[in-house]
Design a protein around this ligand. Structure first.
Ligand SMILES: Cc1cc2nc3c(=O)[nH]c(=O)nc-3n(C[C@H](O)[C@H](O)[C@H](O)COP(=O)(O)O)c2cc1C
Length: 182
């Protein structure tokens, strides 16, 4: 049975990112996967302190909710990262998590774990789907260094209304399919 872990990086618990992550998860469950969802704004996750111990040991020295989330990533076949676009990039909630992931590679930037698939979910206010593609590409390139390979990206545009995604049938279907085809 495939294991899927999702991280929801919007503080709006009924917003577009949450809706689309739920659809991805629904698809994954229908495909028979075991799923776990973490809402990052509910987590106690401190900012990386830059000690670099994780590069040597693979483990973060800080004992907070990250430890459990990190173990879920290590155990997962598929990782879902969902974030609203805040100032052209992921939210601070997601950045806290991503900075803490450096234990996924060693001192020579060699990944410690086998490749995993990643489904990215974004929601942005801008109606232009092209607006932040450069940021999405940067994130995809960065995640590869951890052996995390983006296989699907689901993007809500014109998402200041928290119900935009819920009212967008094709987008919901795209999110569901991304989860179903893991
Ligand atoms: C602090 C902040 C910064 C934002 N920056 C951007 C931005 O750079 N570009 C954009 O298109 N929308 C921006 N937005 C709008 C959100 O991306 C948009 O409302 C998004 O759909 C929220 O996702 P959610 O419904 O999952 O919370 C910003 C919103 C906030 C609160």
């Amino acid at each position: 049975m495939k294991k899927v872990v999702a991280f929801m990086g919007s503080p709006r618990k009924n917003g577009n990112t949450a809706t689309l992550v739920q659809e991805v998860i629904r698809g994954a469950q229908d495909a028979g996967a075991e799923t776990t969802v973490f809402t990052l704004s509910d987590m106690n996750i401190k900012p990386c302190q830059g000690c670099l111990v994780c590069r040597k040991t693979g483990q973060c020295v800080m004992q907070d909710d990250f430890q459990n989330m990190f173990q879920h990533i290590i155990d997962a076949d598929v990782v879902v990262f969902g974030s609203p676009i805040y100032l052209w990039q992921i939210s601070a909630q997601m950045k806290l998590l991503w900075d803490r992931l450096c234990g996924l590679f060693d001192e020579n930037h060699k990944p410690r774990y086998a490749a995993k698939s990643v489904i990215m979910v974004y929601s942005q206010g801008n109606p232009n789907a092209q607006a932040f593609q450069a940021s999405f590409q940067t994130n995809e390139t960065m995640l590869k260094i951890f052996n995390l390979n983006v296989v699907a990206t689901v993007l809500a545009t014109a998402g200041n209304d928290p119900n935009t995604a819920a009212n967008h049938k094709e987008l919901l279907a795209k999110a569901y399919e991304a989860g179903k085809t893991i």
